[in-house]
Design a protein around this ligand. Structure first.
Ligand code: PMV
Length: 349
């Protein structure tokens, strides 16, 4: 690589958000490829800030140091080294630079919020930016490349690099869809563009079964084939719903997907349960409030017990009063993260 006339040293900082899947990705194969296509909303408040300083060096090999929230973290450092080694074929310049990485989350580390999507996408945005600065690539499709590498770190991270809503996974009916990277969804009705997602922390304990193990168990799940078909069918319906702004049809798919995801866990071999008693209490309360008050408020779950309470902005004040009275007491230390649909990664310096 001829880098004589480009920066050999510098620093970049990116902020990248988490996302919440509406149609869920659950089951993978090969090199981090999804068994079905998925769609998510990009969030704004739950995000990771990552800075990477780079300096060229003579000797070859991955050489990083990593600080999380200002403190050295060996476990995270090992994960990042493993990830960088896995992408070395496609980013060979990584061997020629010393990288000093520091990262922090907008939400507490042990809050029960999965940070892999925001953490991976923030790191990858920095790497894709650096490779342009040092002249390794001149690609114009920064987000596609960032989505590709984010996916290799954590599947769902592939969707975090796009504003508002993203889809990941090849679907025969959707042009340009791919298993290799996510695409931004353009035709989103304004009602969804500032949709709320209140993340209720029902438990912040470490999960008994990790997502990695959960994806693997789908390989032996007797309902797997039907599930992948169901997800792909729902995805087509959802795409239309997002463009016409049909909130109640959206809410139905949102809740059905959460229930399908957790039903798959309960009928894996071995079976397991990630929801907690208060998850069910909250689900009951949300459904009763919606029916009795005729207010469009819905829930989803990721691979854990925490409820994502989702609703349009125009009912926010009615929802807030009820949420704080009925749902907050179900949360650990009354903790709820108030999030909204957001605009994707931003460069901070
Ligand atoms: O990206 P992973 O391996 O953490 O899996 C994410 C799985 C779900 O959050 C349950 C669904 C999804 O599509 O994000």
């Amino acid at each position: 690589m001829n880098t004589s006339n480009v920066s050999q040293k510098g620093s970049v900082t990116w902020q990248s958000p988490s996302n919440i899947a509406i149609v869920k990705y659950w089951g993978k194969h090969g090199r981090q490829l999804p068994r079905n296509a998925s769609i998510s909303f990009t969030l704004s408040e739950a995000h990771t800030n990552t800075s990477v300083s780079f300096e060229s060096k003579e000797d070859k090999g991955i050489d990083i140091d990593f600080l999380f929230e200002g403190v050295r973290n060996e476990a995270f450092q090992k994960k990042i080294e493993k990830f960088l080694t896995a992408i070395l074929d496609e980013m060979p310049w990584l061997e020629d630079y010393k990288l000093s990485i520091s990262s922090s989350n907008s939400f507490p580390h042990s809050s029960g919020i999965a940070s892999s999507a925001s953490a991976m996408s923030a790191l990858v945005m920095c790497l894709c930016d650096i490779e342009k600065i040092i002249g390794f690539t001149t690609t114009s499709s920064l987000l596609e490349r960032a989505s590709y590498f984010s996916r290799l770190g954590s599947g769902s991270a592939s969707r975090s690099v796009f504003s508002t809503a993203a889809m990941w996974g090849h679907h025969p009916d959707i042009a340009n869809s791919s298993d290799l990277f996510a695409i931004g969804l353009q035709d989103i009705h304004p009602i969804f563009q500032d949709f709320h997602d209140d993340i209720m922390i029902i438990s912040s304990d470490e999960k008994s079964v990790s997502s990695t193990a959960g994806h693997k168990l789908m390989e032996g799940n007797p309902y797997a084939t039907a599930r992948y078909q169901q997800a792909n069918d729902r995805l087509v319906q959802l795409k239309e719903i997002l463009s016409i702004g049909d909130v109640s049809a959206f809410g139905k798919i949102l809740e059905d997907e959460a229930m399908s995801l957790h039903a798959l866990m309960m009928c894996s071999d071995p079976s397991y349960v990630l929801i907690k008693p208060n998850t069910l209490v909250a689900i009951d309360a949300i459904r009763s409030f919606r029916e009795e008050q005729n207010i469009p408020v819905y829930f989803t779950l990721d691979a854990g017990p925490n409820i994502h309470l989702m609703y349009p902005d125009d009912v926010a004040s009615e929802v807030a009063a009820w949420r704080d009275m009925v749902l907050r007491p179900l949360c650990v230390d009354g903790r709820i993260i108030l999030d909204k649909v957001g605009n994707g990664p931003i460069k901070l310096k």
